[in-house]
Ligand binder design. Structure first.
Ligand code: BG6
Length: 492
């Protein structure tokens, strides 16, 4: 395999994802000498580009989205590998034509990585045309592989995800399929398993005996902006919960796999999804930010939620009775993706607490972004007092512990796909299980209009009901990664 070149074919090459994420990621991997020895990148799209005009557009993307690593000499070398093929996904004949183009360019056996960066409605058709043109067939002698990367959204409900899985499996074996969830490519998300299973001191307390509750917050300050057309048909549950939030949850909640192989890791995740108890509608909150309906591309009476909070339970021995609270939304007060593990209070407190103050539990904050790190909060005696306590932190920051900035998620994901390691990609059963979990919530909301869709001001923490969801259990949302650690974010 070492000497066999690899061709990466990007379908939907004139789109935003290609210039914003994929090409910068490939360019950075090239610059770091991480790409296999001989790689070709072929963009497939309808626009009448030449190799040169395509390269010029991609160069602008790298300058814009990866400014700190742009180097004109490196770019020129990288650009030599980039080619353009003008084709139409709806024209059957364009696939055999692409195959001839690739064969001519490859001039011998070559691995192929097909990247579906198109609109989701084209996923099945591209997969089946690749099959029809014989482009999915792998070779035994010499060994050449064919793999396909599929961007999210993978379906818009369980039925369509199953249908898409069937269409893809009609052509590709599951081992050839790499479904992207870019959160899994983030260093900090990858580190969750290392934190838990490369250390001995955390796992003994990682269960119902010591953990009081777990919170996952993925909040964004941005609104839906130019993606309104897509977003209004999706909403926060499909856009963020079905994928990113549930993947983070699985990494926190799963058992230790027996190895770091793709199947061992994904088997454990699948067990978590299977153990999630169906979520009651009164354990959900949904909101829409003020002004959303005035956005271009949004229906004037849109019921699409831009915020949701849910409480869920995992029915297994480790997590019985430990609530998991998840929330995500757009146009909120802060951009932060974080996981909070709130530990139990000591069974007996012998220290005096000042009137009106509450004991602060230990909190472990896993900061996925933007201030990547891990913080452990514990109580300390306030110096020069008899028995007053203060909360203090043990902090790990990527910025100060490691040199260099963190790589973009797509860099790692593309390398892993070329390497044939699917641990950081979602498997068909995981995708279906996560739709199985979110579908009834979306359907329940739509059928019963319950809970009502609350309006929330831009720059707030979502509807007040999100606070009530925890308050009724005697808890509150916590923040452990922003400057305002442990402020109680009040709605509005
Ligand atoms: C995408 C969603 O999958 O993730 C977007 O479609 C969202 O709506 C984005 O903004 C968030 O990703 P990140 O990496 O900025 O947290």
């Amino acid at each position: 395999m070492e000497n066999i070149p690899t061709t990466i074919v990007i379908f939907g090459a004139s789109g935003d994802l290609t210039s914003r994420k994929l090409i910068p990621a490939l360019y950075n991997n090239f610059k770091k000498w991480r790409l296999p020895e001989r790689v070709n990148v072929v963009g497939f799209a309808r626009r009448p580009y030449t190799d040169d005009s395509f390269r010029a557009i991609l160069r602008e993307g790298v300058i814009k989205f990866s400014a700190e690593s742009y180097d004109s000499t490196v770019w020129l070398k990288f650009a030599e590998m980039v080619h353009y093929f003008q084709g139409n996904l709806d024209v059957k004949e364009d696939f055999p034509k692409l195959e001839s183009f690739l064969q001519l360019m490859e001039n011998g056996p070559s691995n192929r990585l097909y990247y579906l960066a198109t609109a989701p409605e084209h996923y099945s058709i591209v997969a089946s045309e690749l099959g029809a043109a014989g482009m999915a067939k792998q070779g035994m002698d010499p060994v050449v592989w064919r793999r396909i990367i599929i961007e999210k959204p993978f379906g818009r409900d369980l039925g369509s995800a199953q249908e898409l899985n069937r269409a893809v499996h009609a052509v590709f074996e599951e081992s050839q399929v790499y479904r992207i969830d870019h959160y899994l490519g983030k260093e900090t998300a990858q580190n969750i398993l290392f934190f838990r299973f490369a250390n001995t001191i955390f796992e003994p307390v990682w269960n119902r005996r010591y953990v009081n509750n777990v919170q996952v917050t993925v909040s964004e300050t941005v609104d839906v902006a130019h993606r309104a057309g897509y977003y209004d048909t999706a909403g926060v549950m499909r856009d963020m919960f079905q994928n990113h939030l549930l993947q983070l949850l699985a990494l926190v909640a799963m058992e230790a796999p027996s190895s770091f192989s793709a199947d061992a890791v994904r088997n454990e995740k699948a067990k978590v999804f299977e153990s999630i108890r169906p979520v009651a509608l009164n354990d959900t909150v949904r909101g829409q930010y003020a002004g959303y309906r005035e956005t271009d591309g949004v229906a004037p009476n849109s019921q699409t939620p831009t915020f949701a909070a849910i409480k869920l339970n995992i029915d297994n021995w480790r997590w019985q009775g430990v609530p998991f609270y998840l929330r995500s939304g757009k146009a909120l007060a802060r951009k932060t993706s974080e996981i909070i593990i709130e530990f139990e209070r000591p069974p007996h407190l012998m220290f005096h607490l000042p009137e009106g103050s509450d004991f602060s539990p230990n909190i472990l904050s896993m900061c996925i972004q933007p201030d990547e790190g891990i913080h452990l909060r514990f109580e300390a005696k306030l110096p020069d007092s008899a028995q007053e306590m203060r909360s203090v932190d043990m902090d790990f920051h990527y910025g100060s512990s490691f040199s260099g900035s963190l790589p973009e998620a797509y860099e790692r994901l593309l390398l892993e796909a070329m390497d044939g390691d699917a641990s950081l990609f979602t498997r068909s059963d995981g995708i279906e299980a996560s739709w199985n979990m979110v579908d009834p919530i979306i359907q329940g909301w739509e059928a019963h209009n319950d809970p009502p869709l609350h309006n929330y001001p831009v720059g707030s923490w979502g509807p007040e009901d999100a606070d009530h969801l925890l308050a009724r259990d005697g808890r509150r949302w916590r923040l452990g990664c922003t400057d305002e650690k442990d402020v109680t974010p009040t709605a509005n």
